[in-house]
Design a protein around this ligand. Structure first.
Ligand SMILES: Cc1ncc(C[n+]2csc(CCOP(=O)(O)OP(=O)(O)O)c2C)c(N)n1
Length: 279
């Protein structure tokens, strides 16, 4: 495992915070979109796209690219922001978020948007699709990795666990799942809606290698991704303890901010807090 230098860690962390501001702008301007689950996954997406994934933004369909399945598709404002800044499409296009005929719809579409591997919106399909992609890579003797980003409310869906069993049956060590364990879903806390605890034991009992991290700590994210690619004969899940609405005090841990846009005074207050958090 490489040791990641301070400068890289600081630079990636600052990016994540900047991108939260961009998401806030997009959702405020359009008065629609999902802030809470976008803010909780910001550092992880930045670590993946700006450091870890083997991708060529200028050649989005490069055959040996790593695949990322953003299964919690509702939170795509942050994915669009990361993809734009990484060079998949112009940053100016972010202002078209959720407009009619925009490539940046409220849920991601593979055929429209460069960098989107899989359409998502109906929750629960990420692992099942990832199993197919990871198996295909093995059959083709390709070293490409398949990454799945899941929400913790999303894993209430039964097909997640069917996919998890199959991944383990086929020893898919090229399948890495990151679980955004922010503790809140659409209508309340995940523990109240339908608890999936004990979460680590569950994944282990399904035959997965588990890594637990603090999902806003950039160094831990980078180390976990490095560890994950070294694991043999087992799929890997990184359970990332995160905060829904991270970075804005009145949005944190509050399911109201799952899919509600801010009004003008909320927008201004959130912007102030996020700007203060830029390193
Ligand atoms: C199959 C399906 N059922 C219900 C929904 C409605 N829905 C949209 S987001 C959401 C909650 C998701 O919670 P979580 O996975 O924790 O997402 P995050 O907190 O990371 O935004 C629900 C139930 C859906 N999109 N798909």
């Amino acid at each position: 495992m490489t040791s990641h230098n301070e400068q890289l860690v600081a630079e990636l962390s600052a990016r994540a915070q900047q991108y939260r501001i961009q998401v806030l702008e997009m959702v405020y301007q359009r008065q629609t979109g999902h802030i809470g689950g976008a803010f909780s996954i910001a550092e992880i997406l930045v670590a993946l796209y700006f450091h870890h994934l083997k991708i060529k933004p200028g050649e989005p369909m490069w055959s040996d690219r790593d695949r990322l399945i953003f299964s919690k598709g509702h939170a795509c404002a942050i994915l669009y922001t990361v993809l734009a800044h990484r060079g998949f499409f112009p940053v100016e296009e972010l202002t078209t978020f959720r407009k009619i005929d925009s490539r940046l719809q409220g849920h991601p579409e593979r055929q429209k948007t460069p960098g989107i591997e899989v359409p998502a919106g109906p929750l629960g399909h990420g692992i099942a699709i990832g199993v197919g992609m990871a198996l295909a890579a093995k059959m083709e003797n390709s070293k490409r990795g398949t990454y799945v980003v899941l929400g913790d409310g999303e894993i209430n869906a039964g097909i997640i666990w069917e996919g998890a069993l199959i991944a383990s049956k086929y020893q898919l060590d090229n399948l890495i799942t990151i679980l955004d364990y922010n503790g809140v879903q659409q209508t309340g806390s995940t523990s109240k809606v339908l608890s999936t605890e004990p979460i680590i034991d569950k994944w282990r009992s399904f035959g997965w290698h588990t890594i637990e991290i603090h999902g806003h700590n950039m160094r831990q994210i980078l180390d976990a991704l490095d560890e994950a690619v070294e694991i043999h004969a087992k799929p890997v899940v990184i359970i990332a303890r995160t905060t829904k609405g991270k970075g804005v005090s009145f949005m944190e841990h509050n399911h109201y901010w799952h899919g509600s846009p801010p009004n003008e005074s909320e927008y201004k207050a959130a912007l102030l807090e996020l700007r203060q958090g830029v390193g």
